[in-house]
Write a protein that binds this ligand. Structure first.
Ligand code: C5P
Length: 280
């Protein structure tokens, strides 16, 4: 059994403020991309075996695919150790704000549930997804969706109009807790969200200013995408990936070449609909 785990960008991300539980109250619009990892499940072995095409990915309990196995197994009341083999083909860059680990985790909940015929209902998988991480629930829905609370209360929306998407990868990563901490620091003496730009497609990210202040390169990347004809451009999630939206494929390709000449790694993908991007 093969399942695709699609990446996302955040078309908009409003940070409303800190919560007593250490998280931040969010309002965000998620959008699935065609870019995806692939998870191949096989029901051999007497234990759980994870392999991955990318050597940087941890293959132990830090991997959400592994934790999803434990969760589904226990939730179904099975005894002993979960057993099965998963091969992850990794295409979504890690720690980039594209939800790679979370997408794999959500696909794994669906995959294990099917492999073992444990028949956990969707609502149960959703609870387990929340336990894996704040942005995991979105990946069970996919497409275009509004995320509230910690980003984990999902309201599916009509698919956004299709666009070509140029992803640009700066030579540094940003950890999610770090980005939120910088947002906290910068609130002192600042009116939060005062400078949201007016763009044709509403695209903005409240974490972008605090992250850009520590990594000014992000401002240059965004400008380069806008000069190359992007309809809108912003950082996704807690970064560091910056994306630009384009209506024409040729213009997106040219923009990708242009940021490449400026020294940044990039790729061209497109938005994916709910039907295209839902795991399974
Ligand atoms: O849930 P997840 O493990 O993905 O979150 C990682 C960290 O990101 C949290 O521990 C928290 O510091 C930060 N975060 C936050 N508010 C959110 C989501 C994540 O502060 N809504």
């Amino acid at each position: 059994m093969n399942l695709r785990a699609h990446a996302k960008v955040n078309l908009t991300l409003t940070v409303c403020g800190p919560r007593p539980d250490g998280y931040h109250e969010l309002r965000t619009v998620f959008q699935s991309l065609a870019l995806h990892d692939t998870l191949r499940f096989t029901s051999v072995e007497d234990r759980c075996v994870l392999t991955c095409s990318s050597p940087e990915v941890p293959l132990d309990e830090r991997n959400l695919v592994w934790r999803a196995a434990r969760m589904v197994w226990d939730a179904a009341g099975r005894r002993g150790e979960p057993r099965g083999r998963v091969r992850i083909t990794k295409r979504i860059p890690a720690q980039g704000g594209l939800g790679g680990g979370s997408a794999d985790g959500a696909a794994a909940l669906v995959g294990w549930n099917r492999l073992w015929d444990t028949r956990l209902p969707d609502e149960r998988l959703l609870e387990l997804a929340r336990g894996l991480g704040a942005d995991v629930p979105f990946f069970l829905y996919a497409g275009t969706a509004l995320g509230l609370n910690r980003g984990d209360e999902i309201h599916p929306m009509a698919d956004a109009p299709a666009r070509w998407v140029v992803l640009v990868f700066p030579p540094f990563g940003v950890s999610t807790p770090e980005a939120f901490r910088w947002w906290d620091e910068d609130q002192v003496g600042l009116a939060a969200g005062a400078e949201r730009p007016a763009t044709p497609l509403a695209v903005f990210n409240d974490l972008e200013a605090p992250v850009s202040r520590r990594h000014p390169q992000l401002v240059e990347i965004r400008r380069e995408l806008e000069r190359a004809g992007a309809e809108a451009a912003a950082m996704t999630g807690s970064g560091s990936t910056v994306f630009g939206l384009f209506t024409a494929r040729a213009v997106a390709r040219a923009a990708s070449d242009r940021v490449g000449r400026a020294g940044w790694r990039s790729l061209v993908t497109r938005t994916a609909t709910r039907v295209q991007a839902r795991p399974g």
